[in-house]
Write a protein that binds this ligand. Structure first.
Ligand code: THG
Length: 284
């Protein structure tokens, strides 16, 4: 199954056996004071530089989240989408829990974006899927619902099935739904990563859809988070994850190494390309 995304200058395909697609997560003010301030000051130059740095570091797609604590992101998201759209050429991933912000921003995105995200909650399914369908976008489906994130892989599979059914019902094809089985932190629950890895495998083999994962949650509160994130991603890609939302400066090299080891990088050219430019500016 192929999920196709488009920016103004790049087309990106998420597909099994293809190289893993990297979504740069850094345009997100959560835990980033400098970005939060830049967004409050409308210092768009700072945000555009952050976009460029991530693309140079290997991001195929850019996640855009401008949710500042205590303020509505409706206006800011639309403003940033417009500016980013005439600057960055890669596809965008619109990351907001605010349906109004999503509805306002999505028509302004050029190409074919990814919407982050819909969940198995009735409210979310009802409001988000129709916006996605009307725009002809693709969407990330999170395997959580009114009861939260299930503690077992089978229930996450059931939620993924429900999201796909509801999407199909209103005319969104399965290839435009990327399922995110969600990872919790292993610092709080030693089996957290294991459940996610099982869910990746189960969803991938049962439903055949493409699978996204965030890499940063897993290591929260532990020392040397990067090592844990690298190990987790390697295992997850081995189980079938083929799209990763992460910090490209820290994880791209590991991802390219895993692609190489899984036979998805002929002549090791993509891995080697990361070394051609000291700033990591090689993009293919
Ligand atoms: N799945 C989907 N979308 C997601 C997530 C996911 N969006 C949000 C999040 N998870 C991924 N995005 C971020 C953005 C910023 C940070 C982490 C995840 C971040 N993290 C460090 C921290 O937690 O303290 C701070 C900086 C760092 O060391 O990198 O800033 O799972 N679909």
């Amino acid at each position: 199954m192929e999920t196709m995304l488009k920016g103004t200058g790049h087309q990106v395909t998420i597909a099994p056996e293809s190289p893993v697609v990297v979504i740069g997560e850094k345009i997100n003010p959560t835990g980033q004071k400098r970005l939060a301030q830049a967004l409050r000051d409308r210092d768009m130059g700072y945000v555009l530089a952050l976009a460029d740095r991530q693309v140079s570091a290997g991001a195929d797609v850019l996640d855009v989240n401008v949710c500042l604590p205590g303020s509505d992101d409706t206006v800011l998201l639309s403003e940033l989408i417009t500016i980013l759209g005439s600057h960055a050429t890669v596809p965008l991933c619109i990351d907001t829990p605010n349906v109004r912000a999503l509805a306002g921003a999505l028509p302004l995105v050029r190409g074919k974006p990814l919407v982050n995200s819909v969940t198995g909650e009735e409210n979310s399914l009802k409001s988000v899927l129709s916006i996605v369908r009307d725009r002809g976008a693709a969407v990330i489906g999170l395997t959580m619902d009114e009861r939260g994130v299930p503690g077992d892989a089978e229930t996450r599979l059931a939620i993924a099935e429900k999201i796909l059914e509801r999407a199909a019902k209103i005319g969104i094809p399965a290839e435009d739904v990327v399922i995110d089985p969600l990872v919790m932190t292993v610092g709080a629950d030693p089996r957290a990563a294991l459940v996610t890895l099982r869910a990746v495998s189960l969803i991938r083999t049962s439903l055949g859809v493409n699978i996204n994962l965030g890499a940063s949650n897993v290591s929260f509160g532990l020392p040397d988070r990067q090592t844990i994130n690298q190990a987790f991603l390697s295992l997850a890609i081995g189980e079938g994850a083929n799209c990763v939302i992460t910090d490209p400066a820290k994880l791209t090299l590991t991802i390219r190494a895993v692609d190489l080891l899984l036979g998805r990088d002929e002549y090791a050219s993509r891995y080697i390309a990361r070394f051609r430019d000291p700033h990591g500016a090689a993009t293919s």
